[in-house]
Design a protein around this ligand. Structure first.
Ligand code: 2NL
Length: 344
């Protein structure tokens, strides 16, 4: 019986050492130490032994069981450690790999130009004003000295929603609304950037929806020279310190007198080139002294107050500044176009 026990121990230890997985080890433990295993069997057979041998044999059987149990436990620990090491090495993170670049967007070129213009005027004490894109006939036309059936309305083909509502054709209604809120007391000093709409057929230089920035200054003793000085600074900020402006007589229903404003050509410095069509001058905006009718309708006494106003198309400014040849590029959302205007 003693020999049988020693053989079992040897056999079991051998198998345990060979075991290569936790499952295999578990099976070996059950095989040798389980209720139906050989050790239990040996212990059951003890009844047949002479009484004086029983304690010795019992002790030996327990020792064998103890040896196998300890072996299984240490082997189990070893296998578990190996499994963990394997997992850890499979899951290693290579911290030296370069990171994936985060795609960074940039401001739309129109947004960049509009914000540059806003910054300039904010720097001169103007505020930025906004208003509705769906406007009443009154604020879009009548309050700007364009009564119903006036022929000057033909200059702005419009999208009407009802008899009395339309998509604004200019941002001037924002100026009219702001003047009204001041209840006849100056100064009013605002610029109004925003979307405007005209019933035009889209081509390289026309769009049914485009941006406009208008400016308005109403106070006592505002003169044409204030307009010229303000717009000179504007032209120099956008097109270079050496620029000059020139005013040519024009007509707008809401200003009197009215002027077109040209900037000396930033490409040829006035000598004449293809950009300025050999004139040395580039038209950049329209302006004038606010018509007394417009001041009166908005609640200002035109004997006490005067003002200047101007309006420009940021698309045109951006096209000139960056040499863009088609207004439709601004609205096509083509990244090959948009990514060329990363702001510093
Ligand atoms: C242009 C010309 C202009 C104005 C806009 C204005 C607004 C009020 C009163 C008087 Cl409330 N004037 N705005 C004045 C002159 C010209 O725009 O060619 N824009 C693209």
């Amino acid at each position: 019986m003693k020999e049988r026990l020693m053989t079992l121990q040897e056999e079991a230890v051998e198998k345990i050492e060979q075991a290569s997985s936790l499952k295999e080890l578990q099976d070996i433990r059950v095989e040798y130490l389980g209720k139906k295993g050989p050790i239990t069997e040996v212990l059951r057979g003890m009844g047949k032994l002479p009484a004086e041998e029983r304690p010795k044999m019992g002790q030996l059987a327990n020792e064998v069981r103890e040896v196998i149990t300890t072996k299984v436990e240490s082997k189990q620990e070893k296998l578990e450690r190996e499994e963990l090491d394997r997992q850890l090495s499979n899951e290693t993170i290579d911290v030296t790999l370069p990171g994936r670049p985060i795609r960074q967007g940039n401001a739309h070129p129109l947004t960049a130009v509009i914000e540059e213009i806003e910054d300039l005027f904010i720097g001169m004490g103007f505020s930025v004003a906004e208003g509705p894109e769906v406007e009443t006939d009154y604020y879009n036309f009548e309050a700007l000295n364009l009564p119903k059936n006036h022929p000057a309305r033909d200059m702005q083909d419009s999208f009407f929603i009802t008899e009395d509502l339309l998509l604004r054709t200019q941002t001037s209604p924002v100026q009219a609304r702001t003047m009204e809120k001041h209840k006849g007391k100056g100064p009013v000093k605002i610029i109004s950037p925003g979307k405007v709409y005209r019933r035009d057929t889209d081509d390289a230089t026309h769009s049914h929806q485009f941006m406009q920035i208008e400016g308005l200054l109403v106070d006592k003793n505002i003169r044409m020279s204030d307009l010229k000085g303000t717009l000179t600074l504007f032209a120099q900020k956008l097109f270079g310190e050496e620029r000059e402006i020139r005013l040519r007589p024009s007509f707008f229903p809401f200003t009197e007198p009215s002027v077109e404003v040209d900037v000396s050509c930033f490409k040829c410095n006035g000598a004449g080139c293809s950009i300025c069509k050999r004139t040395g001058w580039i038209e950049i905006l329209g302006a004038g002294m606010v018509h007394p009718n417009v001041l009166e309708m908005a609640g200002f006494d035109s004997k006490e107050y005067t003002g200047f106003a101007f309006g420009m198309g940021p698309e045109r400014i951006a096209m000139l500044k960056y040499g863009i040849d088609d207004i439709r590029h601004f609205y096509a959302n083509d990244l090959r176009f948009l990514e060329q205007f990363k702001r510093a």
